[in-house]
Design a protein around this ligand. Structure first.
Ligand code: ZN
Length: 485
């Protein structure tokens, strides 16, 4: 009897142990499976939107672009990092009185994206902080797992037990030595830094599905240098140091290329035909009151979408002076603008003050946007609006297209009060007005909708800026604007 009971207990215990073991095995299998990092081909913009902070005051101009993702924890981390720079420029200019516009402080934050797969993303921020006397460029990389919100480091990819850090450092030194743009003084400094600080000497690193990018910033040596060097390590070249859970893309490329980081949307070859933005036939007589509504600094995935819907509903056109660095995120919006007969104008690549930069950079700021818009929509830019409306004869020559400013500025970016913005516009509006708005703020779009309703009631006809300029040029009664070929 005792033996029987014992057997029974024993049996029960064995079953419990067996179930327990199965659970353990399942958990470990799930852990191993879910910790796998599989590199996949993915559009690097997928699931990421671009946000902008555009602060202009008499003391400084700040143009800041940062990404937002589907993970709020990641978004909060990025925002707090961005906020430190806004606070810095506010503090630095607290007691500063500029003599003129060229005396202002400038802050420009741009970023690029690296992508390993849907979850693992790298943001490469390039921060330029300058005033009349000094210019400082900094590179800061942030790598995230968008699923968990965790910030990633090299240890998440490389086997900690391996000597991967000396391998990366050796490869980095070889790259720097082979780069002809780096002079001996810079090279010695970099090599010393790598020898002493190992991985901490890297100014940033980012992950993609084919390679690891390591960045070196010559600005940290001396403010007279302003280059960022990118050094690529293909995963296949360091495969024996990778963690076991890494399933990388088998890209064989033994050469690490020397690339100076250049944030743009890629310059494409010229497409031959010159198609200008279509405009629906609009019959204008001398008695008609005309207006051009213009939107700067977009497109924005929420607010531009909202204003386009309204323009579509009312069958009206407007002009969008877009920023080049937002175009890849918002291709569909650009195509909708064209479908509605709106005009797309060029507002530069990243809102740099053109009067403060070198000619080569001015051309880059304008040309890359012309080309991106042509590639995405098939149409050529007719009008350019330089950031802050600032240009000079030299810049006008470089741009070589009509420069279109505005004559009504309700300061919508400042007041953020739709009713106030509306009143400001309506109290100044007259036939021929070009109204400046910004489609990156909800309040501006809400104000625009109210303004449209009121101006329609007053009998205004809506034109794009190119139509308006053509009208002012010729002042022909009954001028018909057609789709130009
Ligand atoms: Zn602007």
């Amino acid at each position: 009897m005792i033996n029987k009971t014992f057997n029974y207990i024993n049996q029960k215990l064995l079953i419990i142990i067996f179930i327990f073991c199965i659970i353990i095995v399942c958990i470990s299998l799930i852990t191993v499976y879910s910790s796998r990092i599989i590199f996949t081909e993915i559009d690097r913009f997928e699931g990421i939107e671009i946000e902008t902070v555009m602060n202009t005051c008499e003391k400084y101009n700040a143009a800041i672009y940062y990404p937002t993702t589907e993970n709020n924890l990641v978004n909060r981390k990025i925002k707090s990092f961005i906020d430190t720079y806004i606070k810095r420029i506010e503090n630095d200019t607290k007691y500063f009185i500029p003599n003129d516009d060229n005396d202002k402080f400038n802050l420009l934050i741009e970023y690029e994206i690296g992508r390993v797969n849907k979850d693992i993303v790298s943001f490469i921020f390039v921060i330029n902080y300058s005033n009349k006397t000094a210019s400082d460029t900094e590179i800061i990389t942030k790598n995230f797992n968008l699923k968990s919100g965790k910030e990633l480091t090299l240890d998440d990819f490389f086997d900690k037990g391996s000597d991967y850090s000396s391998v990366l450092c050796r490869k980095a030194i070889e790259f720097l030595q082979s780069n002809k743009e780096i002079n001996d003084k810079q090279l010695n400094w970099f090599v010393d830094d790598i020898t002493n600080s190992s991985l901490n000497s890297f100014d940033g690193y980012a992950f993609t599905n084919t390679h690891l990018s390591v960045y070196f910033n010559s600005n940290k040596l001396s403010s007279s240098y302003n280059e960022i060097y990118e050094f690529k390590v293909y995963w296949d070249d360091v495969k024996e140091f990778l963690k076991k859970n890494i399933y990388y893309n088998d890209v064989h490329n033994p050469e690490s290329k020397s690339v100076s980081l250049n944030i743009d949307n890629g310059i494409e070859d010229d497409i031959e035909n010159n198609l200008y933005f279509p405009a629906f036939n609009i019959n204008i007589t001398n008695n008609d009151k005309v207006i051009a509504l213009t939107f700067d600094d977009g497109p924005h995935y929420i607010y531009t979408d909202k204003i386009l819907k309204y323009l579509g509903k009312k069958n009206l056109v407007a002009t969008f002076f877009v920023l080049g660095n937002r175009l890849e995120y918002n291709k569909e919006l650009l195509i909708r603008m064209v479908d509605l007969g709106c005009e797309i104008g060029n507002h530069s690549l990243s809102h740099k003050q053109l009067t403060n930069i070198r000619d080569k950079e001015v051309i880059n700021q304008i040309e890359t946007v012309n080309k991106s818009i042509k590639r995405i929509t098939g149409y050529d830019i007719r009008a350019v609006r330089p950031p802050y409306g600032l240009s000079n004869t030299k810049i006008q020559k470089l741009i070589n297209k009509p420069i279109v400013l505005w004559n009504i500025d309700p300061q919508d970016w400042k007041s953020k009060d739709p009713e106030k913005i509306k009143q400001n516009v309506l109290s100044n509006v007259k036939s021929g007005s070009i109204i400046l708005m910004h489609d990156i703020y909800e309040t501006s779009v809400d104000a625009s909708i109210m303004i449209i309703d009121e101006l329609l009631k007053q009998g205004y006809k809506f034109l794009t800026v190119s139509q308006m300029l053509e009208l002012q040029d010729t002042n022909t009664n009954g001028k018909i604007f057609t789709h130009k070929k």
